[in-house]
Ligand binder design. Structure first.
Ligand SMILES: Nc1ncnc2c1ncn2[C@@H]1O[C@H](COP(=O)(O)OP(=O)(O)OP(=O)(O)O)[C@@H](O)[C@H]1O
Ligand SMILES: [Mg+2]
Length: 227
């Protein structure tokens, strides 16, 4: 898929007592194959930005183009289809399904994507091998370390071959050794599969791995890949 372009994105959250301007005119271009990190202090709008790009939330105004397709006017059903097909997620707290095995967790995105024709077992085992946990396929999440859980989450995010993986603070619950291993795996997948990665982070390690860094403050870009 082609470049992702974010244009003049605004998000205002309205609560009973006040409104919060979480994003105030964001412009970013993300060419296919990017390894981009969004950095900024707590409350600067990182998660809000990732959630909108990931079709989990809607902006107040602005556009998000995946190639020629603007996702902002889509309705909820269209957004779900678009998200399932094109976007993978890696979360800070891993978000694995506790009653499913490692294998079944990675299978899950395939099960809800009818357009994937290749044999599921081949895709799942290829991903588990890429992240180095094929031998753990029958375990349940509660039987894994944090680093192993995050590897499952990465395999799950990539198994449907999305054009973009969004990772919100992916190393926050890992020690530095595991964080490094996880970043190495994602960097390798970025190089081999040409998947774009967009991280949000406070972690210097993630920023060191990133090819580009967009810095946010109070919902605005103060430096980075702006076009
Ligand atoms: N659902 C919501 N309703 C109201 N305000 C919200 C909501 N979600 C986020 N905000 C506010 O929007 C701003 C941006 O929040 P966001 O979660 O995007 O920050 P962040 O950069 O991800 O912070 P952190 O590093 O702590 O995760 C903050 O001021 C936050 O309080
Ligand atoms: Mg956040």
């Amino acid at each position: 898929m082609a470049e992702i372009r974010i244009e003049n994105l605004h998000k205002t959250y309205k609560t009973e007592s006040q409104s919060v301007n979480a994003l105030r005119g964001i412009d970013i271009s993300i060419p296919q194959g990017s390894f981009l990190s969004v950095a900024g202090p707590s409350g600067s709008g990182k998660t809000t930005l990732l959630n909108i790009i990931g079709c989990l939330d809607k902006p107040t105004s602005g556009s998000v183009f995946f190639g020629d397709e603007n996702i902002v006017p889509m309705n909820d059903g269209q957004l779900t289809v678009f998200r399932n097909r094109h976007i993978g997620f890696v979360f800070q707290d891993f978000n694995l399904i506790p009653v499913l095995t490692v294998y079944e967790n990675v299978e899950f995105p395939l099960a809800i994507n009818p357009f994937i024709k290749e044999k599921h077992e081949n895709l799942i085992m290829k991903m588990l091998e890429m992240v180095g946990i094929a031998d753990l396929k029958k375990r349940f999440p509660s039987e894994l370390s944090g680093g192993q859980k995050q590897r499952v989450a990465i395999a799950r995010a990539l198994v449907k071959n999305p054009s973009l993986v969004l990772a919100d603070e992916p190393t926050a619950n890992l020690d530095s050794e595991n964080a490094k291993n996880i970043m190495e795996i994602m960097k390798r997948m970025n190089a081999e599969l040409k998947t774009s990665f967009l991280f949000s982070t406070h972690d210097k390690l993630v920023m060191d791995y990133a090819s580009n860094i967009v810095r946010l403050r109070d919902g605005m870009i103060i430096s980075g890949a702006v076009e």
